[in-house]
Design a protein. Structure first.
Length: 354
């Protein structure tokens, strides 16, 4: 046991609320486990993490999170196999990306041991909450925000790092219909699009509401300059299959370096699927839809893993994608989830037992 693990204080609930949960009918991210991890940054250093009962947080009205938006987060999952062993998927990648986001938002970086050992300790305490129904998992939300007080427009001097857990079902169900966005932008060059900053997602809600009024469930974001290139699908990375080649855009200041995205590219290579990481124009996608070479489009992210797109809209025209029996989306999702749930070998070393 590490020094940090020995130091982490654990205050358990007197009475668990687990018996109040219907694990066969879980929505996404709306039911929370008994405990959470809390770690405070004060006087220039992160204090020792502690595990406490899940509970509300009290903040001063002048806390800078409310005024200047210093807030970042990650999305992860824990899985339980048929032998009740508990697994994490590429957690170090989430830790590294959280600190990339922290640096961009002028938030003090989290020590690796605090993140990793605190995460494992929390999942161990609440491992009975991990659902085993197909399509379900324990969603993990690490996040950091400015708790320091004051109206001065500057970085805070105090922060909170928390990890909360939510047993969850599928993120999306049914066919996804998306609209290619040409007015609003998710991010810009030199901005914070590559960081998992809370404000990035807040800025997406209004354009997505407008798309929903037209009958679409999500938007496909395009570049901020000429809206010429496809970049992301809602809150996910996007993949396009033209003929038998799987294409996704390169990461940049504007595009999140998705962990599922990286996993898909590596598994596709392992499976012998041709891949290209390059800019994808809207014109190319529309023309491919017209001539029949566009076979698939799907979003990729932790919450949904892979979310196939059934229809995309562009300039008042809807384009339906073919329904394939042996789609890349189905194959790749099965490979990833089989690794996550310990149903298959993990040749990449992605799986970590808790």
């Amino acid at each position: 046991m590490s020094t940090t693990m020995q130091k982490i204080g654990i205050e358990k609930v007197k009475h668990s609320k687990i018996d109040q949960v219907d694990f066969d009918n879980l929505s996404f991210g709306s039911v929370f486990t008994d405990h959470m991890l809390v770690c405070d940054y004060k006087d220039g250093a992160w204090e020792t993490p502690k595990i406490t009962p899940y509970q509300p947080i009290t903040l001063d009205p002048s806390s800078k999170i409310f005024h200047y938006g210093q807030s970042i987060f990650e999305g992860m999952k824990a899985y339980k196999d048929t032998e009740n062993k508990v697994w994490l998927f590429r957690p170090l990648d989430n830790f590294k990306r959280l600190n990339i986001s922290a640096k961009r938002m002028a938030i003090p970086e989290i020590p690796e041991e605090y993140f990793m050992e605190g995460l494992k300790a929390l999942v161990e305490v609440d491992k009975n909450w991990i659902p085993q129904k197909d399509g379900s998992s324990l969603y993990i939300r690490p996040f950091v925000f400015a708790s320091g007080k004051g109206f001065h427009a500057s970085p805070a001097n105090e922060y909170k790092f928390l990890i909360c857990l939510a047993p969850s079902g599928s993120y999306f169900s049914g066919k996804v219909k998306v609209l290619i966005e040409e007015t609003y932008s998710r991010s810009a060059n030199g901005g914070v699009g590559y960081a998992k900053a809370g404000g990035n997602y807040a800025g997406q809600f209004y354009p997505t509401q407008l798309a929903a009024e037209k009958g679409y469930s999500q938007v496909i974001w395009t570049d901020d300059n000429n809206h010429e290139y496809i970049e992301e699908a809602g809150a996910m990375n996007i993949f396009v299959r033209i003929n038998d080649t799987l294409i996704t855009g390169p990461t940049s200041d504007r595009i999140l370096d998705g962990i599922t995205r990286k996993s898909i590219l590596q598994i596709a290579e392992d499976e012998g699927i041709a891949t290209e990481v390059r800019k994808i124009t809207v014109t190319e996608v529309v023309e491919a839809a017209k001539n029949g070479s566009l076979k698939e489009m799907f979003g990729a992210g932790t919450a949904a893993v892979i979310s196939p797109i059934a229809t995309f809209g562009f300039r008042d025209v809807d384009y339906d994608l073919p329904e394939l029996k042996d789609s890349f989306a189905t194959r790749l999702k099965k490979r990833i989830t089989d690794i996550q749930f310990n149903r298959a070998e993990d040749p990449f070393g992605w799986r970590l037992e808790v």
